[in-house]
Design a protein. Structure first.
Lengths: 272, 334
């Protein structure tokens, strides 16, 4: 029988003592934190700190070595990826993973799933048409919100990089997630694109009633959107707090450069 | 009325189209590299054959009472048994990808082939003869069904041509309707990026099993139709070269492009048959042109016919070099 953990009214995600080992390598060690409803939580850390591993555990890509994960009252350990997604966990990827040969609108439609049976699909019943019409309407609204309407019928691989990033987020939102995991959403974007994305991401929690966990190396991006930040290093949490606290935390500074520098400068130098 | 020759090949072409469309569902639309299609065809053929032979031996009167009904029942038996086997093969193969899935399905096809070769009950290399339930009825008056008078004489090949046409149209629209729905989008997304599809809530195992179930079942139906039409089947009809031929038709038609695949199947089926029967020289000679003008062409076409296997192989090589995406390319569903 799966364990259940009483959660507070505002807890959306609760992670307790989460660990992941890969044949001799401790990718994550004893990680615990919560995410609250409609919160934007940042996860930062040097390369190899375990950030993407954390996302892969949460979404069922890797099995957990020890510890527990709860999405509201649902114990996520051992569940397959599609099941976790159906419970309300969406994500984007470090390297964009769109359905390249499918159009922009088709990428969105895939995320909507379906409730009609094969019989309805084969015989194009009223139920089938009602669902298709509804999905197309919702897809149109979503594309409009993300500024992708004019590209709706283009092959997704033909879009410029910045729009592909937006489409990936739009596709994850189409899943109607309670919790959205964004893995380096600003990677590869220029300043203007990054600003646009920032404005968009800030609106997501209120507009779509979801919480966000954002992995990013761009500290300015993180500071501007996150309510709280969790810092990972060598698979362990070394600090948690608001952006101001994190910036001044000596452990965080040491993790990035090993010297007494401001974190923002440390991030700029490590990016160079 | 068309000649027996054309009717015969029209039926076989229709059977090939069902096979290539069903293979396209697995390999083209879902991106599962399956090399076991000949095995599925064999299961359908032998299931249907055994079904008819057992019935005609045990209940000859029942068979003669409603032959068309039992013929369709034998086709359904071929479909059902092959779908079931498709699920059995599909389940352990679900975790396999790319080359590994190809090897597993190739092995399955070879196992079926070897079972047929080594089975005395199924005739082995001598072949397995099927009781001709329709031919028996050609001289008898058939029943009055649904207010219609069934003709007293049943034209064997026209009947099979009609059944094959219905089978082709049914297969085409079954797959087309599936792929133009949300289920089809899910199947397509698995081909594009299975991990991303999984994390978007797509039950990838369910859809891969569905594709195996339908694809193998339709191949089994085609096999059953082949068995009932030819009335003599053997292991040579279901070897690895059959799968390779079907795969070539799918690839050259453009994976994921049903219209292209039908045309490619027609071209790749017709060319060797035209060359084999030296039809080119026959047509040219009978066109009514001046023989001094047509003689060189007739001579050339006879050379081609004598080495048709080499010509066919060369044609495939040229097509793969010049047009690897297929004659029509992959269809873009935009």
């Amino acid at each position: 029988m799966r364990p259940t953990l009483p959660v507070t009214a505002s807890d959306l995600l609760k992670i307790q003592n989460l660990s992941k080992n890969f044949v001799g390598l401790k990718a994550l060690s004893d990680v615990s934190f919560e995410v609250y409803e409609r919160e934007i939580l940042g996860v930062i850390g040097p390369n190899g700190a375990g950030k993407t591993t954390l996302f892969n555990l949460l979404t069922g890509v890797y099995p957990v070595s020890s510890g527990d994960m709860f999405l509201q009252n649902i114990h996520l350990n051992g569940l397959p990826g599609f099941r976790i997604a159906s419970y309300g966990m969406g994500r984007t990827f470090q390297n964009i993973r769109l359905f390249k040969e499918m159009s922009v609108v088709e990428n969105i439609l895939v995320a909507f799933g379906t409730r009609v049976s094969l019989w309805d699909a084969w015989f194009h019943t009223e139920k089938f048409w009602a669902e298709e019409t509804q999905f197309l309407k919702e897809a149109k609204e979503l594309l409009s919100l993300f500024g992708l309407s004019e590209h709706a019928f283009k092959r997704s691989n033909d879009l410029p990089y910045g729009l592909q990033r937006k489409l990936e987020i739009a596709r994850a939102i189409a899943l109607r997630p309670k919790l959205l995991l964004l893995d380096e959403p600003a990677a590869g974007l220029n300043t203007t694109e990054s600003e646009q994305l920032l404005t968009l991401v800030k609106r997501l929690p209120l507009e779509f009633n979801c919480a966000l966990i954002v992995i990013e190396h761009d500290m300015q991006f993180i500071n501007k959107i996150c309510d709280r930040i969790v810092v990972l290093n060598h698979g362990e949490i070394i600090a948690q707090g608001n952006p101001c606290e994190i910036r001044k935390n000596p452990l965080v500074i040491e993790a990035y450069l090993g010297k007494h520098h401001d974190v923002d400068n440390a991030m700029t130098k490590s990016d160079e | 009325m068309f000649s027996v020759f054309f009717l015969h090949h029209a039926v076989l072409l229709g059977i090939y189209i069902i096979l290539t469309l069903s293979l396209n569902l697995i390999n083209g639309y879902c991106g599962l590299f399956s090399l076991g299609h000949a095995g599925f065809m064999a299961i359908g053929a032998y299931t249907s054959a055994v079904f008819v032979n057992v019935l005609s031996h045990a209940f000859p009167e029942i068979l003669s009472f409603a032959p068309i009904f039992f013929l369709f029942l034998s086709l359904l038996a071929g479909f059902a048994m092959t779908s079931f086997m498709g699920l059995l093969i599909g389940l352990p193969c679900m975790r396999l990808k790319g080359d590994y899935l190809a090897i597993a399905t190739l092995a399955f096809g070879e196992i079926i082939h070897q079972i047929i070769i080594n089975s005395q009950t199924l005739g082995g290399t001598k072949g397995y003869e099927i009781q001709p339930i329709l031919v028996v009825q050609q001289s008898r008056q058939l029943m009055h069904i649904f207010g219609m008078d069934i003709p007293k004489k049943l034209f064997y090949q026209e009947f099979f041509l009609a059944t094959t046409i219905v089978g082709v149209l049914g297969t085409f629209f079954l797959i087309r309707r599936l792929m133009s729905s949300a289920h089809g989008r899910a199947i397509h997304s698995i081909r594009e990026d299975e991990r991303a599809a999984d994390l978007l809530g797509i039950h990838t195992v369910k859809y891969k099993l569905l594709v195996f179930f339908l694809g193998s079942g339709l191949a089994g139906f085609a096999g059953a139709l082949y068995a009932q039409f030819m009335r003599l089947i053997g292991p040579a009809d279901f070897d690895l070269m059959k799968t390779v031929t079907l795969l070539l038709m799918v690839v050259l038609g453009g994976m994921g492009n049903q219209g292209g695949i039908i045309l490619a199947t027609f071209i790749l089926y017709a060319i060797p048959e035209i060359l084999r029967a030296d039809l080119l020289s026959f047509w040219i000679t009978n066109m009514g042109f001046d023989p001094s003008l047509t003689m060189p062409i007739v001579h050339f076409s006879r050379i081609l016919s004598s080495g048709f296997q080499i010509v066919y192989a060369l044609l495939l090589i040229i097509l793969m070099i010049c047009r690897p995406q297929g004659i029509f390319g992959k269809k873009r569903n935009l």
